[in-house]
Design a protein around this ligand. Structure first.
Ligand code: PLP
Length: 375
C-alpha cells in the first residue's frame, strides 16, 4: 500500500514527452491564443468525438455558462437544481438572473420534471438542469415543458462528457449544453470548458461573445467577455483526447470492482443506472442509509483518518449557502429529496489507473464497519 494520500480523483496527464512537440510548435509560431490552430483543431476533433454539431471552447465552464445565458438573452428567473456544484447558480447570478430551486427526482438526482411547472412564473425565461454524475436528465419531459411555456433549456453538462443514451449524445439536448474540462473532470485541459451549439449561427454568436464581442478587427457588436481557451490548454486537450477512451475504460473497471465488492453491504446503495446509458464513470457515488452502522459524515471522517479523501458532492446544497438562503425557493422544507441525498451521498475515489490495493483498502474500510456491526 502506497503511503500517498488518496483523493476523490487524480487528474490524468498526457505523457510529458508527447507534450513537447506541441510546446515547440507554440514557441515557434508564437501563436498563444485567439483561436489559434490547436484551438481550431480541438474544436473539430471534439465535435467529431462527441458526435455533436458545433463546439466553442472556453477557458473554463463557469465563464461558458455565463456566456451561454448571455447568448440566449436570459433574464428574470431560471429554474435550476439545488443539487449541483455552486458554479451552476453563480453563473446565473453573474447575469443578474434569480435561480429558482426545484427539488430533485430521488431516482436520478436530477431536476424533477413533475415539479417544474409549479415553479414557472411570468419572469421565467429558462430551465437549467444538470446531468448530475453524468446520469441523464429526463430530457423529453423537460423539453415538453419548455416548449409549452416558451422557455429555453441550457444543460450544465459538466459531468456528462461523452455520455450517450442509446446511440445519441445527451450533449445535443436543449438549446445549449456546457461542458467542463477542469482538472477534476473525465476529460481535462487543466482548466477549460465548452458550449455545444445546435447550429452554425449559434456557434458564431457564442464565438463573438467569448472574444469581447469582436466580429472583425474594428467591429464590436456586443458586450462580450474574454472566455477563450488558449493554445496550451488546446494542446493538452488534443493529447488527452487520444487517451480518453482508455481512461473511461479504466474507470469502468474500478466502477465494476466497487459494485461487486459492495453489492451486499446493508445500508450502502448505488445510484440508478438507466438501461440504455453509456456512462463515463466520472464519479462513484454511494448512498449511506440508516441500515449502515455509521452515518455518512462518520464514514467520511473515518476515511480521512486513513488518509483517504472521498467527497460529499453535493453538500451543502446550493440554497444553503449564504448568498442564496434569502430566496423563497431556497426554503429547504420544499427541497426534501435534495436535502436527504446531500446528507447521504459519498463519492468514492475513482480515477484511471487507480491501484487495485487502494481500491481494496477503501472497500475493506467499509466492510470492516459493516461487519463490526454484525459481530
Ligand atoms: C466542475 C463544475 C462546474 C464548473 O466548471 P469549471 O470548469 O471549474 O468552471 C460547473 N458545474 C458543475 C456541475 C461542475 O461539476
Amino acid at each position: 500500500m502506497s503511503k500517498e494520500s488518496v483523493y476523490v480523483t487524480r487528474p490524468s496527464l498526457p505523457p510529458l514527452a508527447d507534450m513537447l512537440p506541441y510546446l515547440e510548435k507554440i514557441w515557434q509560431t508564437g501563436i498563444l491564443t485567439n483561436g489559434g490552430p490547436m484551438h481550431q483543431e480541438l474544436e473539430l476533433a471534439l465535435a467529431r468525438y462527441l458526435n455533436v454539431p458545433y463546439i466553442s471552447l472556453f477557458s473554463n465552464a463557469t465563464i461558458a455558462l455565463i456566456t451561454a445565458f448571455k447568448a440566449l438573452h436570459l433574464s428574470g428567473e431560471v429554474i435550476t437544481t439545488p443539487y449541483s456544484f455552486v458554479a451552476t447558480s453563480h453563473a446565473l447570478m453573474w447575469n443578474q438572473i434569480t435561480p429558482v430551486f426545484v427539488d430533485i427526482d430521488p431516482l436520478t438526482l436530477n431536476l424533477n420534471p413533475d415539479l417544474i411547472e409549479a415553479a414557472i412564473t411570468d419572469k421565467t425565461t429558462a430551465i437549467l438542469p444538470v446531468h448530475c454524475y453524468g446520469i441523464p436528465c429526463n430530457i423529453e419531459a423537460i423539453q415538453a415543458i419548455a416548449d409549452k411555456h416558451g422557455l429555453k433549456v441550457i444543460y450544465d453538462a459538466a459531468h456528462a462528457f461523452s455520455v450517450r443514451q442509446g446511440q445519441r449524445s445527451i450533449l445535443s439536448a436543449g438549446d445549449l449544453s456546457v461542458l467542463s474540462f477542469h482538472a477534476t473532470k473525465v476529460f481535462n485541459t487543466f482548466e477549460g470548458g465548452a458550449i455545444v451549439s445546435p447550429d452554425e449561427a449559434s456557434k458564431r454568436h457564442i464565438d463573438h461573445l467569448k472574444n469581447f464581442g469582436f466580429v472583425d478587427e474594428v467591429s464590436v457588436v456586443e458586450i462580450g467577455i474574454n472566455g477563450k481557451m488558449n493554445e496550451f490548454q488546446a494542446a493538452v486537450g488534443l493529447l488527452q483526447l487520444q487517451r480518453v477512451d482508455a481512461a473511461i475504460q479504466s474507470r469502468a473497471e474500478i466502477d465494476r470492482y466497487y459494485r461487486e465488492q459492495l453489492a451486499n453491504v446493508k445500508g450502502i446503495s448505488f445510484l440508478h443506472t438507466p438501461a440504455d446509458w453509456s456512462s463515463n464513470f466520472s464519479y462513484f457515488p454511494i448512498e449511506i442509509g440508516s441500515e449502515f452502522p455509521v452515518s455518512r459524515d462518520a464514514l467520511y471522517h473515518h476515511f480521512k483518518q486513513h488518509d483517504i479523501h472521498p467527497r460529499r458532492y453535493f453538500y451543502p446544497l446550493i440554497p444553503e449557502f449564504e448568498m442564496y438562503r434569502h430566496l423563497a425557493s431556497a426554503n429547504i422544507a420544499n427541497l426534501p429529496e435534495a436535502k436527504k441525498v446531500s446528507e447521504r451521498v459519498l463519492c468514492l475515489p475513482i480515477y484511471p489507473d487507480m491501484p487495485r490495493e487502494v481500491q481494496q483498502k477503501i472497500v475493506s474500510l467499509i466492510l470492516a464497519l459493516a461487519q463490526g456491526a454484525e459481530a
